[in-house]
Design a protein around this ligand. Structure first.
Ligand code: ASP
Length: 342
């Protein structure tokens, strides 16, 4: 039997779930010299112990095992850190005395990490990411309540088998769907097509819909530090084919096109995409719009271009899936079915 050898603080209510809090940095761990400052601070500098100390009522919700996995601004997230984080999550969730994991993260790439973990964590136990829009030193910092709510979500049996979740601003989102939609607002996260899965407030939570697409144990995907190179190119008025040609020459394995509208691609870029696909690069057609889905042979002839459509995944989430699918050795002819499934 696997177990975790860390001491539990005394005096805790017996029988509380045991939740591992893995800190990676971000604004939730940010510090500014001035409490009135909500921008221009340094992200990822406050340690996990201090984050937990700011939320004394956590001890009423769970027994906490804390680890500092990284201390970065999430704009600097890397596949290597993804691999480290995912391995740690999987190792902790395999322990009998860990009931769930909470990850504190920066908001900038949270939607990418959440989807990556949704596809690569191998457990039914809850994995809940949270973050903050205001640094820990700010007036009305949102991090402490987000952290308390994330632990509440991770400690709930109702959160099992839902894949990676994001608890933010009293809402619970699926890691597949959630995206950052504001540069400054504390309600920065939305799930544009399906909406939030539910809510969490004052120790209570409710799920109003469940996750339909396969995730975690139902996927074949594994994270590796050396994921195949996939880059993103946008289509816009007057775009040239220079970027696509340069990336193909550099040996990329996949390209995601952030197309206009329903994933439409400028005629200049369409020729470049067709040429890239002929050379074995897998091209996924997504949209830069921010909501909605991209239909096969809708705004571009995928059968002719050799492209795959992303459905409701935005370009950044499409890149995550394409990297994992390429790493899993998915033949190009099955790539559309991968995007239709996950
Ligand atoms: N740049 C920060 C980060 O992603 C932003 C945040 O956390 O809100 O780490």
């Amino acid at each position: 039997m696997n177990s975790l050898h860390t001491s539990s603080p005394s005096g805790l209510p017996p029988g509380l779930p045991r939740i591992a809090v893995l800190a990676t940095g971000g604004t939730i761990a940010g510090e500014a010299g001035d409490a009135a400052k909500t921008s221009g601070y340094k992200a990822g500098v406050v340690g996990v112990d201090k984050l937990l100390d700011a939320v004394p009522s956590l001890s009423q919700v769970a027994r906490i095992h804390a680890e500092q996995v990284a201390s970065i601004d999430s704009k600097d997230m890397t596949p290597t850190l993804w691999a480290t984080l995912c391995a740690r999550v999987n190792a902790l969730l395999a322990l009998d005395d860990i009931d769930g994991v909470v990850i504190t993260h920066g908001t900038d790439t949270l939607e990418e990490t959440a989807y990556l973990l949704h596809l690569t964590v191998k457990s039914d136990k809850p994995v809940v990411l949270t973050a903050a829009m205001r640094p820990s030193t700010a007036l009305s910092a949102d991090g402490p309540l987000n952290l308390l709510n994330a632990v509440t979500v991770a400690a709930s049996k109702a959160s099992w088998k839902q894949g990676a979740l994001v608890a933010f601003n009293n809402q619970i989102h699926s890691g597949r769907d959630v995206v950052k939609t504001s540069t400054y607002a504390v309600d920065a996260f939305r799930s544009p097509e399906g909406g939030a899965l539910g809510w969490v407030q004052d120790g209570q939570l409710e799920y109003q819909r469940t996750v339909v697409r396969p995730h975690t144990l139902q996927t074949p995907f594994q994270i590796a530090a050396d994921l195949p190179t996939v880059e993103i190119v946008a289509s816009y008025a007057g775009v040239s084919r220079v970027a696509v040609d340069a990336l193909v020459a550099a040996g990329v394995k996949g390209l995601v096109i952030a197309g206009t509208g329903n994933g439409s691609i400028h005629s200049t870029l369409q020729q470049a995409v067709a040429d890239a696909a002929k050379q074995g690069v897998v091209v996924v057609r997504s949209s830069r719009v921010g909501s909605g889905h991209v239909m096969r042979n809708g705004a571009a002839p995928d059968d002719t271009l050799g492209s795959v459509t992303a459905g409701s995944l935005n370009p950044y989430k499409s890149r995550v899936l394409l990297m994992l699918a390429l790493a899993a050795g998915t033949p190009p002819k099955y790539m559309q079915s991968v995007f239709d499934t996950y």
